[in-house]
Ligand binder design. Sequence first.
Ligand code: ADP
Length: 241
Amino acid sequence: MTITIAGMRKRFGQTEVLRGIDLSIEKGELVALLGPSGSGKTTLLKIIAGLEWPDSGALNVDGQNWLNLAAQDRRIGFVFQHYALFPHMTVRDNIAFGLSVRPRAERPGKAIIAAKVSELLEFLQIAHLGDRYPTQLSGGQRQRVALGRALAIEPTVLLLDEPFGALDAAIRRDLRNWLRSVHDATGSTSIFVTHDQEEAFELADRVVVMGEGQIEQIGNADQIHDHPASPFVARFMGATV
Ligand code: ADP
């Protein structure tokens, strides 16, 4: 899916959180939204997901106006920090969740859901964990299950908000490589939010640097490191290296 955002603005009370965002993301791209806390990254992701609505601006996906589409009609998979796994459900049931709550007419049969979940467990390399509950898993394993839940609906767009935020450095590195291969294998268009430069530059095809509700620069590691487009980008890159 090609995602086109134009002139997007959003305010919460007195604060203008998005101040005119223009961004195009090509089908199959893996893009990072990078910026300090409070720069509007999560708000932009939520608008794409259909969890927030902008005050003005356009969101088109493959030419279709997504602002007229409810969240459940957008075929989006998301891994947001606060959408934790359901603690009372096994890993299998967590992954099946997105499929079993589909409208009846679109809902696959039980056997098909079970087969799909088994396939995903293999793909995510957690086949041995299917009957466990979330509290019986490590942080890295839980993130894989969260991603499994997002992938179950075969999303065309995958949105991830600080997907490895709470994990330690070695596991982050592992999961990063693994996410890249999952992205490549599924062919989805993926956007992830991070405030971690290393993570953004290692994983993404393109990095979108945000500051105070605006896009400051879009590019790859070399472009942004060697030619920061504004004093803000130069400071941000310097400050957190
Ligand atoms: P980031 O993901 O870059 O940290 P956010 O998009 O989460 O930034 O937040 C941008 C700003 O919008 C912050 O100042 C935050 O406090 C504010 N904000 C986000 N969501 C809400 C909300 N639902 N109500 C009021 N303010 C909000």
